[in-house]
Design a protein. Structure first.
Lengths: 495, 81
């Protein structure tokens, strides 16, 4: 097998071999080191899906630095929070995301060094240390020997940001050993090999997409980057690139099964497996999907970013055990605990706790939240579930007020904070309404200040300008007052 | 209203972004997402009395104002033939 010349990554008409990828990431790593990047430095990546961001990820890892892939759906306030929370030394950015960066910082430049992943970029700050261009960096000659930092297995490789139950997103520390061990485990379960051609649909700010990137490279497979999530475009890629493996959250599968999607009218003889994680998968849609993909192996999975990979359901158990998300990966223990912390028996619902391998050391720069979620080498996930008498896990949704929508964990408080910025809003509460397609539709119930009248579109547009799309309320209702509990708190469940 | 004016009016309502370049990729720039495409299809079918097919659901026909205008023109042409 001629690995050096094998396609490592495909994006549209562009194809990069393993040899080219190695050379590009090595050159970039050398350049980063020449700028003074050293072990533990945080380097941000804020870009739409591209080959260039993968070069950046591997280059940062080669330097011993920590890559922080920022959700491309983030708007100005989430972006500026991440930049300051982890104190980025360098930011890789493309020309489209540059517009968000510019809006976030109209005067002050947030990071000393910007590296553009696009050939041209529009940033109009009057004074900044320097903007470099990846194109120029890759044309430079590389010395024969690249200094290699050899990070320790417990060193931080990445920080992945996710919404918390209050306030701004929190950064989850992911070590080199978590990435390596979970990659080896995933490759073993999914039987990834050099013949695989995997489609990558979610941003690399999702742990699932990163896991797929590393399993693809580990196996010598080909990773096909999917930039458009419109169903017609996804189907065209599945067919033209002979995709063998497809990992997506349930709401993406459900979108592929909707009217106007050509997914059901084709067959996919090359599609060896699909995997799914992150949300409850409504059974009727799961059955519909299996009917279209009769010969394809289905791997149902469960995991949280805090503990990377928890369980998987082997395809041979799919018919017998669905909608279970399976049994723990080797080295992982799954417990169900009640409100008092006692371990529940089979069939009893409680909080899912993951103990053992793949557990993050904690949240970056947030000791308080770390202590709440991480206890010893266990993660209290905040998810609700139960196990059956054979030890198979069933994922039932969030235990706390967090909303799961389109595969994202969303904080109602964060959305409320945003809506409270509207002057005429007196009170607001945000909830999730169960929705078959996305998991939950965001609903805002608001009370205006005396004498003012607002329309739903006022709240929706305000949120669209400030929040990632999946956090924008789809339903807005106005009331005279909100229901309250005995202690005069807003009664969320009564809304 | 011309086809382009109708489409621009609808996109303005959906995105709240005045003065948008008609060639701007709406999805790449986060102005529209895959959650919006069903609404977009309904708008196209109802406003222009055409039928959108599954093969039209892609960036080539929905990605920008210009692309949507081209799609409507293509579908109207199909209707006549």
């Amino acid at each position: 097998m001629d690995y050096p010349h094998k396609e490592a990554v495909v994006c549209g008409h562009r194809r990069l071999s393993y040899e080219d990828m190695e050379e590009a990431s090595a050159r970039l790593a050398y350049f980063l080191i020449s700028l003074g990047v050293s072990r533990g430095d945080r380097i941000g990546i804020f870009s739409n899906k591209s080959i260039e961001e993968i070069i950046a990820i591997f280059a940062v890892l080669k330097t011993g630095g920590i890559f922080v892939h920022i959700n491309p759906q983030y708007r100005e306030s989430q972006l500026s929070h991440v930049i300051s929370d982890c104190n980025l030394k360098i930011l890789f950015i493309d020309n489209i995301k540059a517009k968000i960066l510019e809006k976030a910082y109209t005067e002050k430049v947030p990071v000393d060094i910007i590296i553009s992943l696009s050939p041209e970029i529009n940033l109009s700050w009057r004074s900044f240390k320097k903007i470099y261009y990846l194109d120029d960096i890759l044309k430079e000659s590389t010395p024969d020997k690249i200094p290699c930092s050899n990070p320790g297995e417990n060193d931080t490789a990445s920080i992945i940001y996710t919404s918390g139950s209050t306030g701004m997103p929190k950064g989850i520390i992911v070590t080199h050993s978590i990435f390596y061990d979970s990659t080896v485990a995933s490759v073993s379960v999914l039987e990834n090999n050099f013949n695989d051609r995997l489609i990558s649909v979610t941003p690399f700010s999702f742990d699932g997409a990163l896991s797929q990137l590393f399993t693809s490279f580990f196996s010598g497979a080909t990773l096909v980057l999917q930039q458009s999530n419109l169903p017609g475009d996804i189907v065209r890629t599945l067919l033209s690139e002979s995709i063998t493996g497809f990992h997506a959250v349930p709401s993406l599968w459900i979108m592929l099964l909707q009217k106007y999607s050509p997914f059901a009218k084709h067959s996919y003889p090359n599609l060896r497996y699909i995997s799914t994680i992150g949300e409850v998968f409504p059974e009727n849609y799961l059955i519909k999907l299996k009917h279209i993909l009769k010969e394809t192996k289905f791997y149902m999975m469960y995991g949280t970013t805090e503990a990377f990979r928890s369980t998987y359901l082997p395809p041979e158990d799919f018919e017998r055990k669905r909608p279970s998300v399976g049994r723990p990966f080797p080295g992982v223990e799954i417990l169900i605990v009640d409100e008092e912390g006692n371990i529940c028996g089979p069939g009893e619902t409680g909080e899912i706790v993951h103990r053992g391998r793949f557990v993050s050391p904690g949240y970056w720069n947030n000791r308080e939240k770390t202590v709440g979620t991480f206890k010893g080498n266990a993660v209290y996930t905040g998810d609700s579930g139960k196990v059956d008498d054979e030890g198979y896990l069933y994922f039932l949704g969030r235990k706390d007020g967090m909303i799961k929508t389109s595969g994202y964990r969303v904080s109602p408080e964060e959305i409320e904070e945003c809506i409270y910025q509207i002057e005429d809003i007196k009170e607001v509460v945000v909830t999730g309404i169960p929705d078959k397609e996305t998991g939950s539709k965001i609903k805002a119930v608001a009370v205006c200040t005396n004498g003012t009248v607002l329309a739903p579109v006022d709240i929706i547009n305000h949120c669209k300008d400030r929040l990632p799309y999946y956090m924008v309320p789809r339903i807005v209702e106005f009331r005279e007052k909100l229901p309250r509990t005995a202690t005069n708190k807003i009664n969320r469940s009564a809304v | 209203m011309t086809i382009k004016e109708e489409v621009e009016r609808y996109i303005l309502e959906l995105t709240n972004q005045p003065g948008l370049d008609p060639s701007t990729n709406l999805f790449e720039n986060g102005l529209l997402t895959s959650l919006d495409f069903l609404d977009l299809i309904s708008f196209i079918e109802e406003t222009f009395s055409v039928t959108v097919t599954e093969d039209d659901i892609g960036m080539k026909y929905l990605g920008s104002v210009n692309n949507i205008v081209n799609l409507v023109q293509k579908l109207r042409q199909n209707n006549r033939s």
